[in-house]
Design a protein around this ligand. Structure first.
Ligand code: UN1
Length: 516
């Protein structure tokens, strides 16, 4: 446990953080850039979860009484503290998850941004009023705190997704019980400790809870617990189906943010330089480990050779130029995958694509050990991002699946309708993008009748990843339908009450019913 970052963030002396070990009650956090252990983390048991649940219920009973704008003041102070620690926290994200430093820091910035958003929101948790059909009656809606909420997050955004949920939940009057990925527990401890420390110092202990444990001891009982009215879960479609089923069985609420299989369409009149840069970032950035990563390129046949040529050049300069490597080193563009299973899945998908008739244009293997050494790397889970061409106008079966690694499948089309049909052919519906020069193509893609992109996120002349916090984030179909972050996503963390008030004297029923 020699990392300076752990000292700066107070993790080295945190009572949950121990020497690396693999025992039943400890998990080791591994640096994907080297394959070496960073530190051990004590796991929670069912009994620990029970204690956390009881504390959460008590904390909720105090927190719900605090007026929303005062809850906003607490979130403001948390945002300020996160600003102070933004860089070391971002570096911890890079160390534990493997995304490059700029993206790690960007992730903490995303929490700061949503904290700011939530502070403003704390004075705007508006309900509407509506006219009553009866005289001397008034109707209005109000939004009330929901309770302790469960937030299950994935390794790829080990901090920001908690922020999106936790900051909104806090102004809403809820207590957050965070269950992070077991691949990134240190980031969770660091972020949650800051939030809980700041809130406690302002007299509000227990608003930010953390449980770290396996499915059987922690996730399953948390998901099944009726004291937790909302489970917000980010992860695979498989996980989402299980969580969704369990929560539905007790008629609880779910907010699901699951897989994506996002495409970019490039029209013949698009700015090809802009399009190529965005596709490249979307496909190889974060080593293809965003839900919003660009996985498919649907390019007009008249510009396909040009675009593929530009992309191939970019891939080759990435592979040859020492730009894949230590995520914390200056100049690195692509870090490692999270672990060995991801490396294996990457190679297997590329192999399958070729077997299914695809043509491998570039990349696709694990990074050659000799290249690793020449880049000053000792180990780690590195791969070459891959680009695979599919037959014209159709998908290879493998392209319909989400492989969580940097593989870009390319096909061509002749009409925009055909391209949109291809884009919508997958089960997932998270993010989509169109590059075009004409307002007609844009209108077709964003058609108000909904016949364009079927995704929750639709971009024009920008790439599929890198959403801002101000919009509602999430997707349709197998992506799960949930919305997090901006816009009116806060409503998921509150319950709506329709209030009808009679201030007259005469007995009156709705629908004109007489009951004399
Ligand atoms: C995810 O990959 O789970 O839009 C979230 C983006 C980020 C969030 C991605 N702001 O790419």
């Amino acid at each position: 446990m020699t990392h300076a970052i752990l000292d700066t963030l107070g993790l080295a002396s945190h009572d949950r953080v121990v020497e690396p070990a693999s025992t039943a009650d400890t998990i080791t956090s591994v640096n994907p850039a080297t394959g070496e252990p960073i530190a051990g983390v004590k796991l929670d048991s069912k009994a620990d979860l029970e204690r956390v649940l009881a504390e959460s219920v008590e904390a909720f009973d105090r927190w719900r009484w605090v007026p929303a704008p005062q809850r906003g003041e607490v979130v403001r102070a948390i945002g300020d503290e996160l600003r102070k620690y933004r860089d070391p926290l971002g570096e911890l994200v890079s160390l534990e998850m493997g995304k490059i430093r700029a993206e790690g820091i960007g992730e903490i910035q995303e929490i700061v941004d949503i904290a700011d958003f939530a502070v403003g929101l704390s004075r705007q948790l508006h309900g509407i009023t509506m006219p009553s059909e009866r005289s001397n009656h008034m109707m209005k809606e109000q939004w009330l705190p929901l309770g302790p909420i469960g937030v299950i997050t994935a390794f790829n955004f080990p901090a920001a997704v908690w922020g999106w949920n936790g900051m909104l939940a806090a102004v809403a009057g809820d207590v957050t019980i965070w269950k992070p990925s077991l691949l990134t527990p240190l980031t969770a401890i660091a972020c949650n400790s800051i939030a809980e420390r700041v809130a406690s110092a302002m007299g509000h202990k227990g608003v930010f809870q953390l449980v770290i444990g396996n499915d059987e001891e922690v996730s399953v009982p948390l998901t099944n617990d009726r004291r937790v009215p909302l489970i917000s879960a980010t992860g695979s479609c498989r996980m989402g189906r299980e969580v969704g089923k369990a929560v539905a069985a007790r008629l609880g609420k779910c907010l699901l943010e699951l897989g994506g299989n996002n495409a970019v369409i490039i029209e013949p009149d698009a700015d090809l330089d802009l399009a190529t840069k965005n596709v490249f970032f979307g496909a190889v950035g974060t080593c293809g480990q965003r839900c919003t990563s660009t996985r498919r390129l649907i390019v007009h046949e008249s510009v396909a050779e040009d675009v593929v040529g530009r992309l191939e050049k970019a891939y080759r300069s990435l592979l040859g130029g020492g730009k894949i490597g230590d995520p914390l080193a200056e100049g690195t563009l692509v870090g490692p995958l999270i672990g060995v299973p991801s490396v294996e899945a990457h190679e297997a998908a590329v192999k399958t694509a070729v077997e299914q008739g695809g043509t491998l244009v570039v990349g696709g293997s694990r990074l050659d050990p000799s290249k690793l050494a020449s880049n000053g790397l000792k180990g780690g889970f590195y791969v070459e991002p891959a680009m695979v061409r599919m037959p014209a106008g159709k998908h290879l079966p493998i392209a319909l699946e989400e492989t969580f690694s940097p593989i870009l499948y390319v096909t061509t089309y002749s009409t925009l309708d055909e391209a949109i049909a291809l884009q919508n052919e997958v089960d997932q519906g998270l993010s989509s993008a169109l590059f075009c020069g004409s307002v007609r193509s844009m209108g077709r893609f964003l058609d108000p009748g909904g016949t364009g992109s079927d995704c929750g996120l639709a971009y024009v002349n920008c790439g599929t990843s890198g959403a801002e916090i101000g919009g509602a984030f999430g997707g349709e179909k197998d992506t799960g339908g949930g919305r997090e972050s901006g816009s009116d996503a806060w409503k998921a963390y509150m319950r709506r009450q329709t209030c009808t008030i009679h201030f007259g004297e005469s007995f009156a029923l709705a629908q004109g019913i007489r009951f004399e």
